[in-house]
Design a protein around this ligand. Structure first.
Ligand code: DC
Length: 246
């Protein structure tokens, strides 16, 4: 029997990270930010000085990537390249601009998928990204597809950036949001798609608190259902009978 897995996929700026973290903390599950893994691998390739636009060079550089993550129950995940803590260093514009070169390479996706599945084997998990419910964990217990209109996502990012003192226009941000949506959705392998059995959550008019709370409720009822199913199975094995009312 596998561990409990909750996947949260969706476009950038839909609030996945904040919400996944809140939900994981309330459920007492570990939180995995797979976008951070793609970012770290991109930083590794940049540091290796390879031609990012050559998939074969990206694939070859995987052999020297000493990528490691540290998961927590309540804080952001930590990412390391060797001994270097790159948790903050992967959040630059330069890394963001280059990610698609790495995320488009099959070998890089397979490499990270393997690590993500290994992490899931070690315990229960809330995992967030683009392909978690479709490719990496097709049998997850609960799959959420989270979205908000590009305008709402651009407005949120614009407010966040101007509060930090960045000089950007709303139009620039909206263009960037649309460009990333295009790159994420048109990716041949691991592209952003809603899994057939994922529940859709539109976060446009909800606070992160509200969305996290709905996920917690959904998760509790799903996981309780699963426990009941397992109890039934155990009972059948012991007594040879089904205890459910006929
Ligand atoms: O979640 P984020 O914005 O930090 O992700 C950065 C990029 O990484 C995103 O634009 C696409 C890529 N990514 C991916 O291809 N698959 C994932 N599971 C997560 C992220």
């Amino acid at each position: 029997m596998g561990n409990n897995i909750i996947t949260i996929d969706g476009p950038s700026g839909a609030g996945k990270s904040t919400i996944a973290r809140l939900a994981a903390a309330r459920l007492g599950l570990r939180y995995l930010d797979t976008g951070a893994m793609y970012r770290a691998l991109t930083l590794h390739c940049m540091r290796a000085g390879i031609h990012l636009d050559k998939p074969a060079e990206v694939a070859k550089s995987l052999a020297t990537a000493q990528l490691r993550v540290e998961l927590t129950h309540d804080g952001p995940m930590k990412v390391f390249l060797g001994a270097d803590d790159v948790t903050q260093k992967i959040r630059t514009q330069e890394v963001t601009r280059n990610i698609h070169y790495v995320a488009d390479v099959r070998e890089a996706r397979d490499f990270l998928t393997r690590i993500q599945r290994d992490i899931a084997r070690q315990g229960d998990l809330v995992t967030e990204g683009r392909d978690q419910g479709t490719v990496v964990f097709p049998d997850a217990d609960l799959k959420i597809y989270m979205f908000a209109t590009p305008e709402v996502r651009a407005r949120r990012r614009f407010t966040e950036m101007t509060e930090r003192g960045a000089s950007v226009t709303y139009e620039e941000i909206l263009e960037d949001v649309s460009r990333r949506d295009y790159l994420d959705m048109s990716r041949e392998i691991g592209g952003l798609r809603k899994a057939m059995d994922a529940l859709e959550l539109d976060t446009s008019n909800l606070t992160p608190e509200q969305v996290a709370e709905s996920i917690v409720k959904l998760a509790k009822s799903r996981l309780a259902m699963r426990t009941r199913k397992i109890d039934q199975e155990a009972l059948r094995q012991i007594t040879g009978r089904d205890a459910r009312p006929k």
